[in-house]
Design a protein around this ligand. Structure first.
Ligand SMILES: [Zn+2]
Length: 321
C-alpha cells in the first residue's frame, strides 16, 4: 500500500483526532465523531460524510474522470490529442522546482505534500529526480490517478500541524471553492521554515468545467500568501500564452453544440499556439505582469509574519499606476 509511509501522520479531516487503520478502512478514534474513511483501490479516501461537494463513493472507481487527464478509450482520439500543440508556454516551473530541490537538500527525509498531484505537474519530474531516497511524498487529489496515494479535500487537510517541509499547489487554487481557507490549511500543516510552491492562473478562461472558480492578479496572489515570507514570485506564462488562450476561447464562443465545441477546441490550437513563443521575449518586461497567463509564488512559513497591505501595494510591478 502506497500510504504506509505516511499513515501514522493521518488524522480525521472532520475533527482532527487520530485515526486507526482497520482491515479495509480508517476509523476516527474520537467517539463523538466516529467517521470511517474507506480505502478504494489502495487509496484512502479522507472525505468526510459532511462534505457537500464530494462523496466517498465518488472515488470507488479505478479511473479518474476524463476531465482531469483528457484521456479517452478511443486510441485515435488519444493520438490526435497528442498531436495538438499546447497553447501555454511554461519554461518556468522546471527552474522553480530545481530551486526548491536545492533548498530541500539539507533535510534528511523531507516530507512533501502535493495537492492536486494525481499526475505530475509541469516540471515536477525535475524535483522528483533530486529528492533523497527517504523522502515521504504524499500525492493527494480529488481524483484517482497514477500518482494519487490519498484523496482528501484541500479545505480540510487530514494531517497534524507542522508536518510537511514542502507543500505544492500547482494549478489547483483556481479550482477550490475557498482558496483562502486552503492556504490557511497549507500554512497549518507546514513546518516552521517549510516551503509553499503555488502556481495559479491569471488571464485564463474557464478550463475545469464547473470546477473553476478563481483567478488572481500578481498582488492578489501575493496577498493570498501574506502569512508567508517571499522567496520568489513571478510569471509562469506570459501575455503571448494569454493571447493564445483568449483567441481560442473567442473561437469557442461560436460553438452551438458540444461536437462543434470539440472541433473548434481542437482546430483552434493549431492556429494560435505559436503566439505563446512571444513569452520568451515578453516575460522579462515589467508590463508583462499585468497580462500574465499564470503566476507563481514560492514562500516560507515564519510564524507571526504577516505582509502589511501598504507594503503589498508598494510591490506592484506594472506601469498602470
Ligand atoms: Zn473525527
Amino acid at each position: 500500500m502506497r500510504f504506509h509511509s505516511f499513515e501514522h501522520l493521518l488524522n480525521c479531516p472532520e475533527c482532527g483526532a487520530k485515526v486507526s487503520l482497520q482491515q479495509d478502512h480508517f476509523q476516527c478514534t474520537n467517539h463523538s465523531c466516529n467517521i470511517t474513511y474507506p480505502i478504494y483501490y489502495g487509496v484512502p479516501v479522507f472525505i468526510s460524510n459532511k462534505n457537500e461537494v464530494f462523496q466517498q463513493e465518488d472515488f470507488n472507481t479505478p479511473e479518474a474522470p476524463a476531465i482531469f487527464f483528457g484521456n479517452s478509450k478511443n486510441p485515435v482520439i488519444n493520438f490526435l490529442r497528442k498531436l495538438r500543440p499546447d497553447v501555454t508556454l511554461n519554461y518556468t516551473s522546471k527552474i522553480n522546482y530545481a530551486k526548491i530541490a536545492d533548498r530541500l537538500r539539507n533535510i534528511e527525509s523531507p516530507r512533501i505534500l502535493v495537492i492536486g498531484g494525481s499526475i505530475d505537474g509541469t516540471g515536477m519530474s525535475i524535483l522528483k529526480q533530486q529528492l533523497p531516497q527517504q523522502t515521504i511524498m504524499v500525492e493527494s487529489d480529488v481524483a484517482q490517478g497514477p500518482n494519487t496515494n490519498i484523496i482528501f479535500d484541500a479545505h480540510h487537510i487530514p494531517f497534524d500541524a507542522n508536518t510537511f517541509d514542502l507543500v505544492i499547489v500547482q494549478a489547483v487554487l483556481e479550482h477550490v471553492l475557498d482558496p483562502f481557507q486552503c492556504v490557511k490549511e497549507i500554512e497549518r500543516v507546514l513546518n516552521e521554515n517549510g516551503i509553499v510552491y503555488a502556481e495559479t492562473p491569471f488571464m485564463q478562461q474557464v478550463h475545469g468545467g464547473k470546477y473553476d472558480f478563481h483567478r488572481f492578479t500578481d498582488l492578489g496572489h501575493r496577498r493570498l500568501f501574506r502569512n508567508f515570507e517571499e522567496i520568489d514570485r513571478g510569471l509562469v506564462a506570459g501575455p503571448g500564452s494569454s493571447l493564445a488562450w483568449s483567441l481560442r476561447y473567442f473561437f469557442l464562443s461560436f460553438a452551438f453544440n458540444k461536437t462543434i465545441d470539440r472541433i473548434i477546441s481542437y482546430g483552434s490550437s493549431f492556429f494560435v499556439f505559436w503566439l505563446k513563443y512571444f513569452d520568451y521575449l515578453l516575460n522579462h518586461n515589467k508590463g508583462a505582469c499585468d497580462g500574465a497567463c499564470g503566476l507563481y509564488f514560492i514562500g516560507v512559513k515564519k510564524t507571526g509574519y504577516v505582509l502589511p497591505d501598504h507594503v503589498l501595494l508598494q510591490q506592484y510591478k506594472g506601469y498602470r499606476s
